[in-house]
Design a protein around this ligand. Sequence first.
Ligand SMILES: [Ca+2]
Ligand SMILES: [Ca+2]
Length: 160
Amino acid sequence: MEKSHQKVLETDLSKDQLKVLKEAFNAFDKDKTGHIPTDVVGTILELLGHKLSEEELEEVIDEYDEDESGQIEFNEFVELASNYVEPEEDYDALRKELREVFMMYDKDAMGYIPLDTFKQILRELDGAVPEEELDDIVDEIDADGSGTVDFEEFMEVMTG
Ligand SMILES: [Ca+2]
Ligand SMILES: [Ca+2]
């Protein structure tokens, strides 16, 4: 067997996501050859929630079988699969950012923002929103009806 090229893996995926891909890869690389046949790539992508047509799949494999071995090695597989898995970092970064915003309004670090305060924020963001509409909005935001907006509810509004 020829020496596999030691390309540094460039990926935005987290360690956990890489682990999942590694497990999926290994499950199909039963003989531990370090590569999987191209026809199981479609199956794996389907497991990841992406059903590709035969044509699309062929194109994808053409593009990512960099050494043109007709097989998909793990590093090729990771690069290919990266296009179909959402990088977690993005979400984490967004969450962190929103956490900071949330804490700006949760001055006493109570873990929640009273609905009145939240309405005030909305008024500041857009003074043209009628009062009753604000009521509707905060009603919807306060999913558990606690009269306060906690961070999860806040996240939901900002990302939903
Ligand atoms: Ca290859
Ligand atoms: Ca609530």
